[in-house]
Design a binder for this molecule. Structure first.
Ligand SMILES: *[C@@H]1O[C@H](CO)[C@@H](O)[C@H](O)[C@H]1NC(C)=O
Ligand SMILES: *[C@@H]1O[C@H](CO)[C@@H](O)[C@H](O)[C@H]1NC(C)=O
Ligand SMILES: *[C@@H]1O[C@H](CO)[C@@H](O)[C@H](O)[C@H]1NC(C)=O
Ligand SMILES: *[C@@H]1O[C@H](CO)[C@@H](O)[C@H](O)[C@H]1NC(C)=O
Ligand SMILES: CC(=O)N[C@H]1CO[C@H](CO)[C@@H](O)[C@@H]1O
Length: 410
């Protein structure tokens, strides 16, 4: 179907490593749950660093902040950011995180997109059962996190770049209306917002199938791990099924909807699916060759592994950016200059930020990835394709019930 879309004037030169919907080399990660720390409670110096510290080099283009854990229509939504922020607005359960707000602006100033992730697993409760619920909650999210106004804005006047749906439970019939209503708000806005979802590789997704098919989705971050459909099974046609995700993206009302290959960023980051750098490169090359029109890049779970498995994370990101071309045949590093003279791709917004920094992060403390797989494996309830509960448990955070609560640092 054809969609004439919000075409944003804001097509300024794309920074070397900034997000671009035209390219196949975007690298996305997720921040706020400290998955490495969940299995290394006594090694606090290597826990996940501040959000801004993952924005200091070109490794990541999009970072999603997780999670907005509890939401419904009777109360203010509740966030969880592990140990990063634990202060709440008076008389509410909603976090008040001005420090994260400042980091959001720092990251955006460096060309990164910072997206709010809704949902998650574990003990969280949320759900949108009707279209009316979806619309009302979209207004709340717009007002508290995006371009609107609200008494309680957890990140102050920082305006996030979109929402990511990591819906693993709860009523789900209200999500298409949620997305449609958000997009009405986006129409009047001067910036490019992203709507993404992070389904598991098991197709179709048990919670979001109809939303992913019928509502506008920019990026599908498919988790190719934790299940027999993980990328390591690329040659097993009974387990691995990328083609269905490719078809889903092509059928989305957004004619530029993309699939991202979600991979663990370290050997203990998921129950299975972590692979050597060489194998990952080779498999990604094969997928890109067959599915280039929907191939948006990779998603790495999660940011805490950048701190603890840096060679791998940076190596994969750098390789992707220098190897896989953008839709117009350029590479991300070349597109910076090209973007100045080339109009944005037909339907989507091109990357908007100008500043690109190449500063090295100082937080990198590389550790052998092989040393840390064990603890996690036991706490990981690896999902099989028939189960419905999703990967929540592969995203442990020290603030969850299973572990002592670390104190607030900031
Ligand atoms: C709705 O959300 C609020 C805040 O998270 C929570 O306190 C309340 O128990 C929830 N209500 C229901 C019915 O889930
Ligand atoms: C929150 O409550 C504390 C203690 O009652 C008070 O000192 C503080 O000023 C309040 N903050 C706001 C923003 O109302
Ligand atoms: C998934 O959604 C599509 C589009 O609405 C529909 O055709 C398909 O039957 C759904 N699959 C399942 C298993 O519900
Ligand atoms: C790519 O397409 C070729 C030719 O159809 C097929 O043989 C191969 O299995 C595909 N590879 C992947 C990873 O889908
Ligand atoms: C792209 C990306 O990192 N997406 C992640 C956002 O956060 C959810 C959890 O809320 C993850 O499941 C996604 O993988």
């Amino acid at each position: 179907m054809h969609t004439t879309l919000l075409l944003f004037l804001a097509h300024i030169a794309a920074a070397a490593a900034a997000y671009s919907a035209r390219c196949s080399s975007n690298v996305v990660t997720y921040w706020g749950q400290n998955s490495w720390g969940g299995s290394h409670l006594d090694q606090r110096s290597n826990w996940e660093k501040s959000l801004a510290s993952y924005c200091q080099d070109d490794t990541f283009d999009v970072i999603n902040i997780s999670f907005l854990t509890n939401f419904n229509l009777t109360g203010l939504p509740v966030l969880n950011h592990a140990f990063h922020c634990e202060d709440k607005f008076n008389k509410t359960n909603t976090l008040d995180c001005p420090g994260i707000g400042a980091d959001v602006k720092t990251c955006q100033g460096r060309g990164k997109k910072i997206v709010l992730s809704l949902g998650g697993g574990n003990i969280y409760t949320y759900g949108l059962s009707t279209a009316a619920d979806g619309q009302a909650f979209a207004d709340t999210v717009w007002n508290m996190f995006l371009g609107g106004k609200h008494t309680y804005r957890p990140y102050g006047n920082a305006v996030l770049d979109g929402v990511d749906l990591d819906i693993e439970s709860g009523a789900h019939d209200g999500y298409p209306a949620f997305i449609n209503r958000l997009r009405e708000h986006f129409k009047g806005a001067s910036k490019q917002y992203i709507i993404s979802a992070a389904p598991q590789c098991v197709y179709p997704d048990s919670n979001l199938n109809s939303t992913l098919s019928n509502a506008w989705i920019d990026n599908n971050y498919v988790q190719f791990y934790n299940n027999p459909c993980n990328l390591a099974n690329i040659d097993n046609q009974w387990n691995f099924d990328y083609a269905s995700w490719d078809r889903l993206a092509k059928a989305n009302p957004n004619t530029n909807s993309k699939v991202y290959v979600g991979l663990p960023a370290g050997s203990g980051a998921a129950g299975n699916g972590y692979m050597s750098l060489d194998t990952a490169k080779s498999d990604l090359t094969r997928l890109h060759a067959n599915f280039s029109s929907t191939f948006g890049g990779i998603m790495l779970w999660d940011a805490s592994w950048y701190t603890n498995n840096a060679d791998y994370v940076k190596g994969l990101s750098k390789w992707l950016k220098t190897t896989l071309p953008c839709n117009d045949g350029t590479h991300t590093t070349e597109s910076a200059s090209l973007a100045k003279s080339t109009p944005p791709a037909t339907k989507t917004q091109s990357a908007t930020k100008t500043s690109s920094t190449k500063t090295k992060t100082s937080s990198t403390k590389t550790k052998a990835s092989s040393s840390k797989s064990k603890a996690k494996a036991s706490s990981t309830k690896t999902k099989t394709s028939s189960s419905k509960t999703k990967t929540s448990s592969t995203k442990p955070s020290p603030t969850e019930s299973e572990s002592p609560k670390p104190t607030h640092t900031k």
